[in-house]
Design a protein around this ligand. Structure first.
Ligand code: CA
Length: 342
């Protein structure tokens, strides 16, 4: 009899645990993740905690992505922001109020170039939404004669290299529901995974270099400063293992604290202005625009030679965008007020 009661209790508690688990997951929505199979695409989404699978014809999405140029000239208007870190609503608000996109979330920046200076991934719970928005806007921008450049930051490279420490708690649940490691949701056989693998780490528009962390003298002493070849090296490193990269100086050079996606030398214990001048001379540029170091707003350092566009969007409260127009520089606030840097 006792055994029966214990068994009944065990079953009841199992049932309750299960129900709680389901109700906990029922507010989870994510995706779509598009997997490329032989003759078709398979779309998987999480809808109210349940996996919804759908087969799509191969033409529904692009599955090959052209590598864009690393250098652009004669661009009349440029905007930049970074470190969105899964804060979709706030990013949309900033982009709308600054006339980069309209009320229907369509590109309205004309022939302008928008640069996302890395770190869409990690921390927040709307990473996928931001990625698909950027994916769509990129096509619309190019059609309008403009462009959208999504540069990869340290958090993109971390996730793609299976470092999942900074994921929002939602994503391990998604990954469990889809029975797949989170980084495999961005694997080589996925639409977004292939798209990410076509992305640059560093670009130059007019006289401005854009890169997530920054360019250090240490990096320049090791690597020939050729944008296309740095980008190719970084793209190819996505599918190299960390162990293999760490077996040589490669990892320290490209992924170390003086490398382009991790460097913080313009902000914390900032290097002297003459060092900035020597870096700018070596990279034959007038300005460097970086993310990665959080400030409360878009900031200018070293007499407008360096702009920091990580305006702490990651906190989900406030953020800004940088505008570079005809040698004049402006902050666009969350509300869309334009303030010129003196
Ligand atoms: Ca970063």
């Amino acid at each position: 009899m006792l055994r029966l009661i214990i068994a009944a209790l065990a079953i009841t508690s199992l049932f309750i645990a299960n129900a709680q688990n389901n109700s906990h997951n029922s507010n989870i929505n994510d995706g779509p993740y598009i997997f490329i199979e032989d003759q078709q695409l398979v779309q998987k989404s999480v809808v109210d905690g349940a996996v919804v699978r759908k087969e799509l014809i191969a033409e529904t999405y692009d599955t090959t992505f052209r590598v864009e140029p690393s250098t652009y000239i004669k661009v009349e208007k440029i905007a930049a922001l970074s470190d969105i870190h899964g804060q979709y609503d706030l990013a949309v608000e900033i982009l709308q109020n600054n006339q980069i996109i309209d009320e229907e979330l369509n590109w309205s920046f004309g022939k302008g170039h928008l640069v996302i200076v890395g770190d869409i991934f990690d921390r927040g719970d709307t990473v996928t939404e931001v990625l698909w928005l950027i994916y769509k806007l990129e096509k619309q921008a190019q059609k309008a004669g403009g462009n959208l450049h999504y540069l990869l930051g340290n958090h993109e490279y971390m996730v793609l290299h299976k470092d999942l420490r900074y994921l929002h708690e939602k994503y391990p649940v998604v990954s469990e529901l889809l029975k797949m490691s989170y980084d495999d949701l961005y694997g080589k056989n996925t639409v977004l995974g292939r798209w990410l693998r076509s992305k640059h780490t560093i670009i130059k528009i007019n006289e401005h270099v854009f890169v997530h962390g920054g360019i250090s003298n240490a990096f320049l002493s090791t690597v020939r400063f050729d944008l296309a070849s740095i980008n190719k090296t970084m793209r190819e490193s996505i599918d190299r293992s960390k162990e293999e990269m760490k077996a040589t100086d490669f990892y320290t050079t490209y992924y170390g604290s003086s490398g382009p996606i991790w460097y913080r030398g313009y902000f914390y214990n900032p290097i002297p202005e003459q060092t900035i001048d020597s870096i700018l001379t070596k990279i034959t540029s007038d300005h460097i625009v970086v993310g990665h170091c959080s400030n409360e707003e878009v900031v200018s350092r070293y007499n407008h030679k360096v702009f920091g566009v990580d305006s702490s969007i990651k906190k989900g409260e406030y953020g800004e965008i940088l505008f570079l127009l005809d040698d004049r520089y402006y902050r666009g606030t969350k509300e869309g007020d334009i303030i010129e840097f003196e």
